[in-house]
Design a protein around this ligand. Structure first.
Ligand code: PLP
Length: 342
């Protein structure tokens, strides 16, 4: 049995999801005539209390479109040093928008309103790029699946209002944060100008992200998506997977979180583990002692058909997901209890 814990993107559509895709009503979405896409967009917009939503082929494209909508070339955006938009979107901030980043040295991918305010270039200091956007990530990917405190997000909203900045949430794993904290989607909709959510991570769809926002900021979104090559045709086949996932795969995320917690429990009892980022959702990031080779651990686990990710500098990542069954979980726990990396 193959056990892949490198990411929550490795899932394959369930038979129920495939059936929903098979029977989806479709049309040409470039003409906005795909009723299943329209339904998904409408449903997600309502969930967040926003006027508009737009389906994208990837989270990267949804984030990059949002950055384009909030900025002009030569400006700067603020994000954490771990931010996906900065580290893992191929330099798209510069490539697509001609924008630079001001990085915050935060904690587990999160920062305070005071840190955000300190990172804003003074608006009248024309030597610096003009700061026009703050982006945050919830849950944080490189920050170990941590969930933001909503009060801090609201405090940053106030900073954005004071300095007339846009405020974007990279919510690739916002579903995990919603389930883990019991917060309402509407709460996030009220705080942010734009939010991207992913359907192909925890929710188990093959493809898809959705960007939500109100009329003004979203006015040009469909044009930006077209420019980026994201206008697709009978894409209701994919939107149907998203609708199915909203009905069947959100609440069950709690099971992924429970399994990650149990993995943390076993790792914390092993002497080769130096530290673990406190587990809140479905990501376990841990560091091995300096005398232990992380690649050796990866190799030993691979010999037991368990795949995890190396992050460099002795750090490793495990991500639980829809296809990680109880049976697989038992194997992983017992393997982690006995493995002896060198
Ligand atoms: C995966 C991820 C994305 C991008 O999603 P893709 O669909 O892989 O392009 C964006 N932000 C975060 C935090 C992610 O984890």
């Amino acid at each position: 049995m193959n056990i892949d814990l490198r990411s929550d993107t490795v899932t394959v559509p369930t038979s129920g999801m495939r059936e929903a895709m098979h029977f989806a009503a479709v049309g040409d979405d470039v003409y906005k005539e795909d009723e299943t896409v329209n339904l998904l967009e409408h449903r997600i917009a309502e969930l967040f209390g926003k006027k508009r939503a737009l389906f994208f082929p990837s989270g990267t494209m949804a984030n990059q479109a949002a950055i384009k909508l909030h900025t002009r070339p030569g400006e700067a955006l603020i994000c954490d040093k771990f931010g996906h938009v900065h580290n893992y979107e191929g330099g798209g901030i510069a490539f697509n928008s001609g924008v630079t980043t001001t990085l915050i040295d935060g904690h587990q991918g999160m920062f305070t309103a005071a840190q955000a305010e300190a990172a804003i270039h003074p608006p009248d200091f024309y030597h610096s790029p003009k700061t026009s956007l703050i982006t945050v990530e919830n849950t944080t990917n490189k920050g170990g699946g941590s969930c933001w405190d909503v009060d801090e997000l609201m405090a940053i909203r106030k900073v954005c209002n004071q300095y007339h900045l846009g405020y974007h949430l990279d919510g690739a794993r916002l579903w995990n944060a919603i389930v883990a904290t019991g917060e309402n989607a509407m709460t996030f909709g009220n705080i942010f100008d734009t939010i991207s959510v992913c359907l192909s991570k925890g929710l188990g769809c093959p493809v898809g992200s959705v960007l939500v926002g109100d009329d003004t900021i979203m006015e040009d979104a469909i044009r930006v998506r077209k420019v980026l090559g994201g206008g697709m045709r009978q894409v209701g086949i994919l939107a149907a997977a998203g609708l199915y996932a909203l009905d069947h795969h959100v609440e069950r995320l709690a099971q992924d979180h429970q399994k990650a917690k149990e993995i943390e429990g076993v790792l914390s009892s092993r002497s080769f583990v130096k530290n673990i980022v406190p587990v809140q959702t479905n990501i376990v990031i841990f560091e091995v002692n300096p005398d232990v080779n992380a690649n050796n651990l990866i190799g030993q686990l691979e010999n037991s058909n368990i795949r995890i990710s190396g992050m460099g500098q002795g750090k490793l990542r495990i991500v639980t997901h829809l296809d990680y069954t109880d049976e697989k979980h038992d194997i992983v726990l017992s393997t982690l209890k006995t493995v002896q990396p060198q």
